[in-house]
Design a protein around this ligand. Sequence first.
Ligand code: MD6
Ligand code: FE
Length: 200
Amino acid sequence: MLHLPNYFNLAQQQELLTIARNIAQLNGGMTTPTMPNGARYNCSQTSCGLVGWLSDRKGYRYSKINPENSQPFAAMPPQLTEIAQKLALLVDEPHYQPETCLINFYAANCKSRLGLHQDNTEQNLKPCIISISLGDDCLFSIGGNNRKDPTTDLILRSGDALILHGDSRLAFHAVKKILPGTSNLLKNNGRLNLTFRQVY
Ligand code: MD6
Ligand code: FE
């Protein structure tokens, strides 16, 4: 795992926020998906790129079509491709293709969290996953490749990048809680997370 605290300065964070908002708007808004067990997520999400990540009663998958508006997802903005490829170089992945970016929004004060999970919906599980945090701090937990492995906690702050690569690519991880009011980046607090993936 590679954690790069404060990788993006404030101006870059603001630009990322504008890009994320634009993607959400192009996609007709963000959605609160359903988990395969029928429970709703307590964060909202959308995607851009060749495909978008979907979760519903049928399971997890990638799709070229956004079920919200029956249109393709917004294209990957060139600035995002550049950012992801530059970060991938840091973990020796010069051929990284960021085919999708999943945008998660955790509203402040609504007990937003994300349970312990492994990112394994991708067809190709080798390329790294790159995560960018914006807005309020979160308590993030990361363990090993088995659900029962011990976990370590870390705080992800606005402007941090985190890369799961190599041995950590399939590590179980969770967002335990959002620490509301720890950042002024978002008008009404809350946290945005962008995760890049090469799916194929
Ligand atoms: C989040 N992130 O930070 C959720 N997954 O809100 C993830 O689930 C994640 O940060 C894979 C790699 C990095 C991540
Ligand atoms: Fe994840």
